[in-house]
Design a protein around this ligand. Structure first.
Ligand SMILES: Cc1cc2nc3c(=O)[nH]c(=O)nc-3n(C[C@H](O)[C@H](O)[C@H](O)COP(=O)(O)O)c2cc1C
Length: 314
């Protein structure tokens, strides 16, 4: 009996995080077919592209899957309408106020999960009526919390505050990491970086090969004045640091960021000028593997680690 497998009607409490430019229907359906929960990342899709991905996902899997909606999305109303029209039953919202859409989605018979980076926001999400919460530590890839709270500290603090099921995210790429998060109080895990480097990820091969070559210390959280994001330290990252030396205004940072940097880096493979989002845990990701193999390895590792606990010896 596990609250996450029960909530989503899946085999393993492993969720593949929605990831701009990485998680289209191919990845989402592969994860769902392997017993996890796959999420289509709507954040990098025009509304009609999202519709296409949902329709293809329905054909590619008979298992449950969901859509991740960063709420800063400019076409949010259109996106929500498509999700409802297409009969999607699970939505993970992020980057915004959970009060805005939760009750509307729930009235439409959708299971709603919200992503937070602090226990204050976890409480807000719970009172907005979400079915579960993802608590994401600052070691995670992509956009995350300004306060730099790590997964190891965040999970037990959120667990104390909330009663709805809790999903841990940030720095989890193995069964051991999953077990650790669950011992700290999570009911399941959300994994991003490891799936970004999967065969089915829609990222450019240049980005996938870069992820498997990332070492400890190669990523950094930056652009806190805009939306804090963890990036690989490439030339674009260095340009940001150089600008910081000159005490830039917010507008100057926005100008440097420009448009479509993330697409350029992760989808088009420009490793120099593009934005390359990945988590600290990329340091232990050494291989590009099919999503099903990732899930299988995580579950095997989880079971081995669970047995090892009894041999700690004190
Ligand atoms: C390349 C990339 C893109 C991401 N894009 C999104 C996104 O669009 N929406 C979102 O809620 N989270 C996004 N995330 C966060 C993931 O969904 C997930 O919570 C996170 O990657 C977990 O931490 P990990 O990278 O250490 O596994 C992204 C992460 C990565 C690595």
């Amino acid at each position: 009996m596990n609250k996450i497998t029960d909530l989503f009607k899946i085999k393993y409490p492993i969720i593949q995080g929605g990831m701009i430019w990485n998680s289209g229907y191919k990845l989402a359906s592969a994860v769902s077919n392997a017993g996890g929960l796959g999420l289509i990342g709507a954040g990098s899709m025009y509304p009609e592209i999202l519709r296409e991905h949902i329709q293809k996902c329905k054909k590619a899997t008979s298992k449950p899957f969901g859509v991740n909606v960063p709420m800063l999305y400019p076409n949010i109303e259109e996106i929500i309408k498509i999700i409802i029209d297409e009969g999607v039953k699970i939505v993970f919202t992020s980057a915004g106020n959970p009060k805005t859409w939760t009750s509307f989605l729930k009235e439409n018979d959708i299971t709603v999960v919200h992503v937070v980076s602090s226990s204050t926001f976890a409480l807000k999400a719970q009172s907005a009526g979400v079915d579960a919460i993802v608590a994401e530590g600052f070691e995670a890839g992509g956009h995350n919390g300004r306060e730099e709270t790590t997964t190891f500290t965040l999970i037990p603090m959120v667990r104390e505050k909330i009663t709805v099921p809790l999903i841990a995210a940030g720095g989890i790429a193995t069964g051991r990491g999953m077990l650790a998060a669950m011992i700290l109080g999570a009911d399941g895990v959300q994994v991003g970086s490891r799936f970004a480097a999967s065969t089915e990820s829609s990222a450019h091969d240049n980005f996938k090969h870069t992820i498997v070559n990332v070492h400890e210390g190669d990523t950094q959280l930056t652009l806190k004045e805009l939306a804090p994001v963890r990036l690989i330290k490439n030339k674009f990252y260095q340009d940001i640091q150089d600008l910081y030396q000159q005490n830039p205004t917010k507008e100057e940072l926005i100008t440097l960021l420009g448009r479509a940097r993330a697409k350029r880096g992760m989808f088009q493979g420009d490793l120099i000028e593009g934005e390359l989002e990945i988590g600290q845990i990329a340091g232990i990701i050494n291989e590009i593997q099919p999503a099903a193999k990732i899930i299988e390895d995580m579950i095997t590792d989880f079971e081995i680690a669970k047995k090892e606990i009894t041999t700690f010896g004190f």
